[in-house]
Design a protein around this ligand. Structure first.
Ligand code: MN
Length: 142
């Protein structure tokens, strides 16, 4: 039996979820934050992988947007660590990547990412895959 709360989450999967954005590019961070907050999400920000990993563990976001090219540890390694840790392995990770070369999608999937979005971010390309991932996550808890 679904509770009313679960039904609401499933029916309105994009309402007020907590999204962690790990991104070192200020323009991408600003736009991602603006778009997410404009549809009611709470945004947690990290500009490097180490901070992102710590926030993912302590804040338990509903979704992580992970830039692949980061200073120090890159997003692929950070995603492998997240997916290998029982405290964070359940959190969907969507890669943000400026890479458009053949083979990158496979590398991104192999690292454990649940999807990817190309940067620079475009409004219509950004929110649709996000909503789809959140809907999938909401369905999984019912
Ligand atoms: Mn970057």
């Amino acid at each position: 039996m679904k509770s009313g709360e679960q039904w609401l989450i499933a029916r309105f999967p994009s309402d007020m979820v907590k999204v962690l954005v790990v991104e070192d590019n200020p323009a991408n961070m600003t736009l991602a934050t603006f778009l997410l907050e404009s549809v009611g999400h709470k945004v947690l920000k990290a500009t490097d992988a180490e901070t992102g990993l710590a926030l993912a563990g302590s804040e338990q976001p509903d979704l992580i947007l992970m830039d692949i090219q980061l200073p120090g540890m890159d997003g692929l390694r950070a995603t492998r660590l997240l997916k290998g840790d029982s405290k964070t392995s359940h959190i969907p990770v969507i890669a943000l990547t400026a890479l458009a070369m053949k083979g990158d999608e496979e590398r991104i999937r192999a690292a454990g990412c649940d999807g990817s979005i190309a940067t620079p971010l475009a409004y219509k390309d950004f929110l649709a895959p996000l909503a789809a991932q959140l809907a999938k996550s909401a369905a999984a808890i019912l």
